[in-house]
Design a protein around this ligand. Structure first.
Ligand SMILES: Cc1cc2nc3c(=O)[nH]c(=O)nc-3n(C[C@H](O)[C@H](O)[C@H](O)COP(=O)(O)OP(=O)(O)OC[C@H]3O[C@@H](n4cnc5c(N)ncnc54)[C@H](O)[C@@H]3O)c2cc1C
Length: 344
């Protein structure tokens, strides 16, 4: 029997981020599976009432909140104080929170203050024989572990894309305010502004339906003996813009920049997918001018439907790594795809 605290913070517009609503589904499921357990909600943000109303039907026995201008922005000093106060007020044994960048930074510090244990990047939760088990990946997503802990409080930071978004009717929630006094030191860090790339320059979009991967072929000499990097940039950016896709890259392409070769201007190491890169989650993936070698394809572990465009019928994608391989010139294919997207 656990006292479960679902902890979340609001976004700037007062709503809960998608990963927080996914984590709410997880918390509700755990509460059901561990019979006799109760779930409380803890919210942090400038104005938390709209978020509380949005999840009024979640079945929480109580909604605790820390609100005010001091808690509008992500700041370690105030976030740990707020989360610690809510956890203490709830007397929680299990604290389940979304792995947002804000919480990933603050909650390990909260665990230290609460003398709790914490597990991050949780990619699965199940209850077996009344025991809660979590799953997380190790060694760059090559080994998965299922583990359980007896220590309490136990904090769980749940990754995005693992649970369905919680859906329920809005209501009028009663929020019990938890007061938190901040010292001057805890207010020392101030957010003076946000410098964000424009929506078009932002090429990594974790929520996109499509992962578009560009390989080194885009900058290599083409059948006419010339490179066509400018045309490649236009075609790739056009597709990203029209399909609202997320951009992934092979290591060879991103490494070219470091080696001083011409590289697509908007690609950085952050786009790299693979063994030494990222393992993004998207329903679909399209690889272009990328050979599909194992150290790259291992990063496609969480891509459900895979397609590739390559001039080489014997490339790695043809060796059972893609559902569909188009043996074709990616310059021609993407030009046509962009034209079709323009018409749709
Ligand atoms: C320890 C280790 C870790 C690694 N980690 C990673 C990693 O994290 N991520 C990663 O990506 N790689 C990684 N690699 C490197 C990986 O093995 C490959 O070297 C790399 O993925 C190759 O990139 P590429 O397919 O873009 O380039 P290439 O192998 O050069 O392939 C280019 C492809 O483009 C095709 N092409 C060219 N022109 C066209 C056209 N007009 N239309 C269609 N197709 C065309 C060619 O047929 C070719 O298949 C790692 C390697 C090692 C040893």
């Amino acid at each position: 029997m656990e006292k479960i605290l679902y902890l979340a913070h609001t976004q700037q517009d007062g709503t809960l981020p998608k990963v927080a609503l996914e984590t709410l589904s997880a918390a509700i499921q755990i509460t059901k599976d561990l019979s006799g357990s109760t779930m409380m909600v803890g919210l942090i943000g400038q104005n938390i009432q709209p978020a509380a109303d949005a999840i009024a039907a979640s079945g929480a026995s109580k909604i605790l909140g820390v609100s005010g201008a001091d808690f509008a922005q992500s700041r370690y000093g105030s976030d740990v104080k707020a989360a610690e106060a809510i956890a203490n007020a709830a007397g929680a044994t299990l604290i389940i929170a979304p792995a947002t960048s804000r919480f990933s930074r603050a909650l390990p510090g909260v665990a230290f203050r609460l003398k709790a244990v914490i597990d991050t990047h949780i990619s699965g939760i199940q209850t077996t024989g009344g025991t809660l088990q979590i799953q997380r990946w190790y060694y760059r997503q090559r080994m998965i572990a299922t583990l359980s802990r007896t220590a309490r409080p136990w904090m769980l930071l749940v990754d995005s894309g693992v649970f369905p978004v919680w859906q329920g009717a809005k209501g009028t929630a009663k929020v019990e305010a938890v007061s938190v006094a901040l010292s001057e030191k805890e207010q020392r860090t101030r957010v003076t502004g946000v410098e964000a790339p424009s929506a078009d320059a932002q090429t990594i979009r974790p929520d996109a339906a499509l992962l578009f991967v560009a390989g080194a072929g885009w900058t290599k000499k083409q059948p006419d003996g010339q490179t066509h990097s400018k045309e490649a940039e236009t075609l790739i950016l056009g597709l990203l813009h029209k399909a609202k896709a997320s951009l992934g890259s092979s290591k060879s392409l991103v490494d070219q920049g470091a080696e001083g070769e011409a590289v697509l201007s908007f690609i950085s190491h952050l786009n790299q997918v693979g063994q030494t890169g990222a393992t993004p989650r998207h329903p679909k993936g399209l690889a272009t001018c990328c050979h599909g070698e194992e150290p790259h394809v291992v990063g496609w572990r969480f891509i459900n439907e895979r397609r590739a465009v390559n001039l080489d019928a014997n490339c790695g994608w043809a060796q059972g790594k893609a559902d569909v391989l188009y043996v074709a010139d990616a310059f021609q294919v993407m030009k046509k795809v962009n034209e079709l997207l323009d018409k749709s």
